[in-house]
Design a protein around this ligand. Sequence first.
Ligand code: AOF
Ligand code: ZN
Length: 346
Amino acid sequence: MRRCFELARLGLGMTRTNPIVGAVVVHNDRIIGEGYHHEFGGPHAEVNAIRSVKDPLLLKQSTLYCSLEPCSHHGKTPPCSMLISQKGIRRVVVSNLDPFPSVNGQGIRQLEESGIEVETGCLEEEGLHLNRRFFHYINYKRPYVILKWAQTADGFIDLEREPGDQEGPRWISEEVCRTLVHKWRSEESAIMVGTNTVLTDNPRLNTRRWTGGNPVRITLDRRGRLTNSAHILDGTQDTIVFTGVQRNYSGKIRTVHADPSYELVDVMEELYDQQIISVFVEGGAQMHNSFLASGLWDEARVFTGKMSFSQGVKAPEINEKPDELFNIGDSKLEVFRNRDSTLHGS
Ligand code: AOF
Ligand code: ZN
């Protein structure tokens, strides 16, 4: 099953809004086939794993391991449960059930009805964590939210700056962390920043330091302060602007009307409707603090660099112990999980 998880991870960022899934065919304790779900709309993991087996006759004496319950519905691809029984596989081991309404236990039922032995719940917690974005989106009807910021050793996120003054971000964490952040961007459906960050940093919010797709860019501009010089309004990348004023942008930009009473919970509802399964929030402090105060966050990744600012914009605070701690060069990376978040295992 751990191999299934490794394979599944190869699809991270490419399968949204689908889950990431890996599958392995085992014959006499040897892996004879493996596969994963590469991209949205493409063949499912089970199909790729079964196709990869050189001698299909062996399938009849093999066990199929799947990180997710095989599907039972005709979606963009035919049901995996049907393929598995047609190929004569006798035993299937699954980590998680699929909460997707058209599957939801029916995949297991169909396998059992065709006489296949099914075991579920194998490394269940790890599987839930692996697909935390998908499970969260389906079960709680809002995107999975990851906050990320970098702070100085003395707890500042930025210097005090005015919009337009020496435009561009102040780097606190080191080069390698920036590359890691681009990798993270490629793993999420969307990336979000507040208006202040657009005005002071003018970020591009793309994945130029990593391979993979660009997330949908999102900003919240309730008071209509953005100007067309912002990179995120260049129309080259899918972008959603929540705006309190009438705007007609060209290119790949959608606007959603958001007056000053519009809150994060409303943003989340809209993003759910727009099939955004996860959001990577890159600041600034005000936006992070709003997410923290509303409880609408699931994970926070916090870099602490070596430098000190002595004064500036205070970094947000999470008064918990981190769940994970890493050293990356001279920077420290702490990962916090929201204990009050609705998802078991997230
Ligand atoms: C599987 N194996 O590898 C994946 C599954 O539109 P479709 O046909 O691609 O179906 C999408 C749904 O199928 C998705 O929402 C989820 O419930 C399930 N994904 N199932 O058996 C896979 N990716
Ligand atoms: Zn399937």
